[in-house]
Design a protein around this ligand. Structure first.
Ligand code: ADP
Length: 196
């Protein structure tokens, strides 16, 4: 399996790049943000509890997110692999992901971390807020999401760094340019780690 963690701050373009990677490598996309938003749309009790937290820009509990991930991995365990988008967001989630994949004799192949400066993130997310009407894309929540990312989520990169799986990629440029950089990293990494 090819199991990629697509990583980066809010607005770094994970969702856009995930779509292109799925098309190329036929991977199963697991976005915890999308899974949570569909719970909100269906007004489940989980969704109602999550909405308040999401609108404040804070993280939903590890327990809830891990439960959703386990279910998805179980459903697609025979597939070609996964793209994890917006997950893991805490070191605890990273440890749990390792356990879940180990149950199927699998592991995270690499973490691709999109690097985008804060001013650019703010500009992109404010634009998305206007166009798509996501309730957490307003200035106050955006700033909090970026702070939460720096405080709680960046340590996830150190976790993968120790295993030599952390790959930073420049997230500035056109969608196509960034995609090419990511593909180059994936192909280089695979060749290096799986000699034929
Ligand atoms: P973005 O990366 O643009 O902030 P996401 O769609 O990934 O957007 O996430 C939106 C919100 O959903 C987050 O601010 C958070 O409240 C919640 N969320 C998503 N994924 C996770 C996760 N893995 N752990 C905890 N909360 C999450």
């Amino acid at each position: 399996m090819l199991n990629i963690v697509l990583f980066g701050p809010p607005g770094s373009g994970k969702g856009t790049q995930a779509e292109k990677l799925i098309e190329k490598y036929k991977l199963v996309h697991i976005s915890t943000g999308d899974l949570l938003r569909s719970e909100v749309a269906e007004q489940t009790s989980l969704g109602m509890a999550a909405k308040k937290i999401m609108d404040a820009g804070e993280l939903v509990s590890d327990e809830i997110v891990i439960g959703m991930i386990k279910k998805k991995v179980e459903e697609h365990k025979e597939g070609p692999g996964f793209i994890f988008d917006g997950f893991p967001r805490t070191v605890e989630q990273a440890r749990e992901l390792r356990k879940v994949l180990t149950d199927y004799d699998e592991r995270v192949t690499m973490l691709i971390s999109l690097q985008v400066p804060r001013e650019e993130l703010l500009a992109r997310l404010l634009k998305r807020g206007k166009e798509m009407g996501r309730s957490d894309d307003n200035e106050q929540t955006i700033n909090n999401r970026i702070d939460v990312y720096e405080r709680q989520t960046v340590p996830v990169t150190y976790y993968y760094e120790k295993m030599h799986k952390h790959i930073p990629v420049n997230g500035l440029g056109t969608v196509e340019e960034i995609f090419k950089r990511i593909v180059k990293e994936i192909e280089g990494f695979e060749k290096f780690h799986q000699p034929s």
